[in-house]
Every structure is written in C-alpha cells, then in structure tokens.
Design a protein around this ligand. Structure first.
Ligand code: UT7
Length: 319
C-alpha cells in the first residue's frame, strides 16, 4: 500500500512588519479594536518586488532543505494561491523555473483560504495512486495587493507570506484522512469580484467580506469537517495532538477548539503575528510549530481550511 507523508516544511515572511499602531496612523482604527476583535497584533507586507512566486521560492527552499531532498527529485508542484503573479503562466510553473527544474507536473490550485488543505489532499491522492512520489505543496499569498486600504473592516485583517511542505510516498500513513467541501451559494459573503477584460481590471478588484456571516459559517464548518475527517480514519478528538485551523481570527480558532472539546494548549496560533495569510496560513503555522519543537514525529495534527467560495476542508496528518 502506498501512503503519503510530510517529510519537510518551510516558510517565509516578508521583512516589512506592520503593527496595528502603524495602521492606526493611516486610518480610523486602533490596536485595541483589532486585537480585541481578531487577536491580530501585526502582519508582514511584501515589498514591491516580492510576488507569490518569490515568497513560494523561499518557503520551498527551506522545505526541501528540511526534508533533505534536492529540487530535482520533485515530480509534482502544487501552489495554492488566490494572488498569482499573473493570470498565466501559473505561479507553480514560475516556482518550478526558480527552483531550476523542468518537466514535472506543476499547477496552481485556487480555493482561497482552504487552498493549502485542498492542495495537500489532492497531492495525497496523486501519490497514493502511484503516479507521483515527491510533491512540493505550497501556500503563497500577497493579499496586500487585493485589499482596499480605505476599507478598515477588511484591510487590517490580512498579511502576506508563504509556507511549503514536501510530501513523499511512504509505506506508512502520514496523511490519515481528508475531507473537502464547497458551497458556491455563499460566494457573495467573501469575494474579489473583479476580472480582466479588454486590457483593464473590471468589476470590483478588491476583497469584500461580510465579516459576521463569514465568522458564523467558519465556526460551524470547521467543527463539522474535523469530526468528519476523524470518523473517516477511526480516530477520536482525544487522539489529536495539535489543531491548526486556518488562521483568520483568534476568536474563530478558540471557538473551534472549544466546540471540538480540545484544550486551548493544543491550538497552534500564528494569527497574532501573521494576520490572515489565506492559503499560506496553515503551512506557516505548521512550519513554525515543527521548528519550535511543539510538533514532533508521531504527533497527529488536524489541519483545517475555510474561505471564499465558500470552501472548507480538513486533513489529519501523522507526522
Ligand atoms: O479567511 C476567512 C476570511 N475572514 C474571516 O474569517 C473573518 C471573519 N470575521 C471576523 O473576523 C469578524 O467578523 C471581523 C473581525 C471582520 C469583524 O468583527 P465583528 O465583531 O463582527 O465587528 P463588525 O463587523 O460587526 O463591526 C463592528 C463595528 C462597526 O461599527 P458600528 O457600525 O458598530 O459603529 C464597524 O464599523 O466595528 C467597526 N469597525 C472598526 N472599528 C475600528 C470595523 N472595522 C474596524 C476597524 N477599526 N478596523
């Protein structure tokens, strides 16, 4: 039987750190409002010459080094992003060229903040089918480019960054189970409803969100999908060592852990330092907790995404 296992992780954050107080100097907001409603203290914002593919490249180099795998061994690249460098070529193809490799399959996957979880579940199926043996899975975003910096209800929430894992074929299960869902009837509560037509951006090319509606939806589906994923592989909530939900809002993370009956000590939180980095948030949090020694070999980690579409999903991983 072929399984897939995470053998390395890496991440990258732009150098420019923007605090809540920095934002309060530019708009009508405050550190107190942002921290009390979201838990966010700061976010990283990409420099003008940084793109999703350049952030993905840095995270990928770190993931490959931690796996002890050369880029030439990678036979599948999936980049989860909603802020690609271009309409095409894909960010995955740009990343492949930056890594100095050719020939392997490479494509982008667009499921907004669920993107990394979708990409990991997809790569698991590619590997278990026997078609591929070494995948590089990346979440990379520059959401700062699609924010309306005059809309204080959204622009304070997001940040830029990238996280990556190497997923390799193994005879023992690493990925234990996954579940993916979408409901397009909720498209309107979180969207960037712009497009390119006749050489111009048309529609509204900024992120718009009904925050309270997204909040309620997220808390419900994160609980449901975690239980569904556990049931698929005969595991119980008590078997989960670490919970890494999409890092959108500390109150969503804490409510999810509470509804599941997991103690807060099992929750990995990075939203305070990174803000919401969309598809990058889960691999960033995973890499941080592996590198600081909390997540160890053998631990069971529940990764969860939820975001625009609406999309949601979970992957239970044994490290
Ligand atoms: O990746 C998935 C996407 N996003 C999420 O998961 C976000 C989910 N939603 C949330 O995190 C929360 O709903 C928010 C943090 C976005 C908003 O928190 P809330 O407690 O639901 O606040 P609200 O939208 O009901 O707004 C409350 C007040 C409003 O003022 P009034 O009308 O009550 O006078 C807003 O105008 O807060 C005001 N407000 C702000 N005040 C200071 C909104 N944004 C700000 C701001 N600074 N940045």
């Amino acid at each position: 039987m072929i399984y897939s296992r995470i053998t390395g992780s890496g991440s990258y954050l732009p150098a420019n750190v923007v605090s809540n107080d920095d934002l309060a100097k530019r708009m009508d907001t405050s550190d107190e409002w942002i921290r009390s409603r979201t838990g966010i203290r700061q976010r990283h914002i990409a420099a003008a010459d940084e793109t999703s593919s350049s952030l993905a490249f840095e995270a990928s180099k770190a993931a490959l080094a931690s796996a002890g795998v050369g880029a030439q061994n990678v036979d599948l690249i999936i980049v989860a992003t909603s802020t690609p460098d271009f309409i095409f070529p894909s960010t995955a193809c740009l990343l492949q060229a930056k890594l100095g490799i050719k020939g392997c399959a490479a494509f982008d996957l667009q499921a907004v903040c669920s993107g990394f979880v979708y990409a990991l579940a997809t790569a698991d199926l590619f590997i278990r089918s026997g078609q591929h043996r070494c995948a590089l899975i990346v979440g990379a975003e520059v959401f700062s480019r699609i924010l309306d910096w005059n809309d204080r209800g959204t622009c304070v929430l997001f940040g830029d960054g990238a996280g990556a894992v190497v997923l390799q074929a193994d005879d023992k299960p690493g990925i234990m189970a996954s579940a993916l869902h979408a409901d397009g009837s909720h498209a309107g509560i979180l969207s960037v409803a712009g497009s390119v037509c006749g050489g111009k951006a048309t529609g509204d090319p900024f992120l718009r969100m009904d925050g309270p509606a997204v909040f309620k939806f997220a808390v419900r589906v994160l609980d449901e999908v975690a239980r569904e994923t556990l049931a698929k592989c005969g595991q119980r909530v008590e078997d989960v060592d670490w919970l890494i939900p999409h890092q959108a809002n500390l109150r969503i993370l804490e409510s999810t852990a509470k509804r599941l009956g997991l103690p807060p000590e099992k929750l990995i939180v990075t939203v305070d330092r990174h803000g919401n980095t969309s598809a990058a948030s889960v691999p960033l949090a995973l890499d941080l907790a592996i590198r600081d020694g909390r997540i160890k070999s053998g631990h069971k980690v529940m990764l969860q995404g939820v975001g625009g579409g609406f999309t949601w999903g979970a992957v239970l991983v044994q490290m």
